[in-house]
Design a protein around this ligand. Structure first.
Ligand SMILES: CC(C)(COP(=O)(O)OP(=O)(O)OC[C@H]1O[C@@H](n2cnc3c(N)ncnc32)[C@H](O)[C@@H]1OP(=O)(O)O)[C@@H](O)C(=O)NCCC(=O)NCCS
Length: 176
């Protein structure tokens, strides 16, 4: 398996992966998010990774930059979305995509990475609800216990709780 940057030409296959991995009532929303993040231009850049074997893309993850209110010193990202095609799950593909993404962000000097998801799964990768509790998510959360963060590099946090704002593709309350 190799993990590499996703390209615009992968959009069709990435949509299929989200349609297979998520329930019918959610998959269109999340597939659309994955595709929008692939083309949205931000500074710093969005990281969009695919896992593939023999030219078959099996999983996808995106990490996009977030801004922390009143703290330009903290460079932060959010992991969203993530999916592995239902035919390839439980083969460490999702874990590898997360680990590779966190490694790249660590090398880039990023301090903090958020995620909104199941703590039982993301806890394996160092994400904690108490780390995120100093930060307010961009929208009201349907599942507040899913708001987590992991520290990659220490920094000085002032004025907590601080508001977090996200890129345009994620600026949709239905996603939260
Ligand atoms: C979640 C997901 C990306 C994991 O990818 P994967 O390649 O199957 O995962 P891995 O093989 O790396 O890890 C599998 C382990 O994670 C566990 N796991 C998967 N989803 C989980 C969840 N929601 N909560 C807790 N554990 C979970 C599996 O039980 C398995 O545990 P084990 O190692 O003890 O057997 C994949 O199952 C998926 O696409 N699910 C549907 C979409 C989704 O939920 N995306 C995340 C949104 S927050």
């Amino acid at each position: 398996m190799i993990i590499e940057s996703a390209e615009e030409q992968d959009i069709g296959r990435i949509k299929e992966i989200y349609r297979s991995a998520f329930p019918e009532n959610e998959h269109e929303l999340v597939a659309t998010l994955a595709c929008k993040l692939l083309v949205e231009e931000t500074e710093p850049e969005i990281l969009s990774l695919i896992a593939k074997t023999n030219d078959t893309i099996m999983g996808h993850v995106a990490f996009s930059p977030v801004r922390i209110e009143n703290n330009q010193n903290c460079k932060a990202y959010i992991l969203a979305p993530l999916a592995v095609d239902s035919g390839y799950q439980k083969q460490i593909i999702g874990s590898s995509l997360i680990k590779q993404g966190l490694e790249i962000l660590t090398d880039d000097g990023i301090h903090l990475v958020f995620v909104y998801g199941d703590p039982e799964f993301y806890g394996r990768f160092g994400f904690r609800t108490d780390t995120a509790s100093e930060f307010n998510a961009p929208y009201d959360l349907e599942y507040p216990f899913g708001w987590q963060a992991t520290v990659l590099k220490e920094w000085t946090q002032k004025n907590t709780p601080a508001a977090v704002s996200c890129v345009s593709s994620l600026s949709n309350p239905d996603l939260w």
